[in-house]
Ligand binder design. Structure first.
Ligand SMILES: Nc1ncnc2c1ncn2[C@@H]1O[C@H](COP(=O)(O)OP(=O)(O)O)[C@@H](O)[C@H]1O
Ligand SMILES: [Mg+2]
Length: 360
């Protein structure tokens, strides 16, 4: 187990700066997920950690050891690719041990490593098959196994589940999480899937255009997004945004979002000024149907109901702005009727509409 330090990493391809200074310090045994939409620089960063691409600037350390200029094969890192990259003509067993063969590991140690990994991944019964005779999920297991036999200090995964169907993806996600809990190896995992990020990560680095927007544990990213980009990237249905103004009222400072709608803030944000324009961010599950009068309610009309089974999404309009509420099924039945929605303001976020940054 080892810590990983990514310091001031920049990457330029010709005139284009793809990574604009990445700083991430990982403790030993952490599960880092690099999350972001396609083209934001995730794979470039992962390949730099692997040593397959040279950074333009910056340095990398595993534990105390500077590996910036170390050859990929001497970095104690193993990578699992999206495409699996298995050798089609070799059996599963040979695919698993080939890397050790090249490193001149002796027969006995190779056998032991093979047995350990095959047991761990429950692929003992597949060892004599060729990759073509395996399902997608089995191939993925072999690809992971090939990385595991080397007992690396750091594991890199580049969108390892994106070629699998939804059910298998969920199963393999659980497998990877179990594997990490058992081995405790430091992992850097690239994905554009927010669910994978939320479920797997000890910390998420959410990237946009080669810049880390926020680097924090999943709960913090979800509850206290650093800016509106992060707020809207994580969570489904997405966070609702309403424009408003800070205004004092009964009980303290609140947000006025319309003629009749004023929502009390549990505490005034530091440096907040009366009259200041804000964007209020509220998660769909913090909006419920109000029973009776009270503060922090919005007058709304339900436009659409979208039952998903476990919940029903109610898309309402609040002074002409759409607000989605995640409700228990059966809470509301008819659309087009006026309702009052209660907002749990203790879980709301406030952003500066100009900079889109969170207001502390
Ligand atoms: N070898 C390269 N030469 C020029 N541009 C590249 C090269 N590799 C990647 N890029 C560009 O860098 C950006 C980030 O790519 P990448 O790291 O693959 O993104 P992601 O993995 O987040 O989808 C993209 O705009 C891509 O086109
Ligand atoms: Mg990529």
């Amino acid at each position: 187990m080892s810590s990983l330090s990514i310091r001031g990493i920049k990457k330029r391809f010709g005139p284009v700066e793809v990574l604009k200074g990445i700083d991430i310090e990982l403790a030993s045994g952490e599960f880092l997920v690099l999350l972001g939409s396609s083209g934001c620089g995730k794979s470039t960063l992962l390949n730099i950690i692997a040593g397959l691409i040279d950074p333009s600037e910056g340095e990398l350390l595993i534990g105390e050891r500077d590996i910036t200029d170390v050859h990929p094969k001497d970095r104690d890192i193993a990578m699992v690719f999206q495409s699996y990259a298995l050798y089609p003509n070799m059996t599963v067993a040979r695919n698993l041990t080939f890397g050790l063969e090249i490193r001149k590991v002796d027969d006995k140690a190779r056998e032991a490593a093979l047995k350990r990994v095959a047991t761990l991944l429950q692929i003992e019964h597949l060892l004599d098959r060729k990759p073509a005779q395996l399902s997608g999920g089995q191939r993925q297991r072999v690809a992971i196994g090939r990385a595991l036999v080397r007992e690396p200090k750091v594991f890199l995964f580049d969108e390892p589940l994106s070629n699998l169907d939804a059910k298998l993806r969920a199963e393999m996600r659980t497998e990877i999480k179990k594997l990490h809990q058992r081995l405790g190896t430091t992992i850097v995992y690239v994905t554009h899937d927010q669910i994978e990020a939320m479920t797997l990560a000890s910390r998420i680095a959410i990237m946009r255009d080669g810049v880390v927007q926020q680097f924090a544990p999943p709960e913090e990213i979800y509850e206290r997004p650093a800016n509106m980009y992060v707020a809207s990237f994580i969570g489904s249905p997405a966070m609702n945004f309403l424009r408003g103004r800070l205004e004092p009222g009964t009980g303290g400072l609140g947000v006025r979002v319309g003629e009749a709608a004023w929502l009390l803030l549990p505490q005034a944000p530091r440096g907040a000024q009366t009259g200041q324009e804000v964007t209020l961010g509220i998660r769909p599950e913090t909006v419920t149907l109000a029973n009776g009068e009270g503060h922090s309610c919005l007058d709304a009309v339900i436009d659409v109901l979208e039952p998903t089974g476990a919940d029903t999404m109610a898309v309402a309009s609040v002074h002409g702005h759409p607000v989605t509420a995640r409700l228990k099924p059966g809470t509301v039945r008819d659309v087009g009727r006026p309702v009052r929605l209660a907002v749990d303001m203790s879980r709301a976020s406030l952003f500066d509409p100009a900079t889109e940054l969170r207001i502390a």
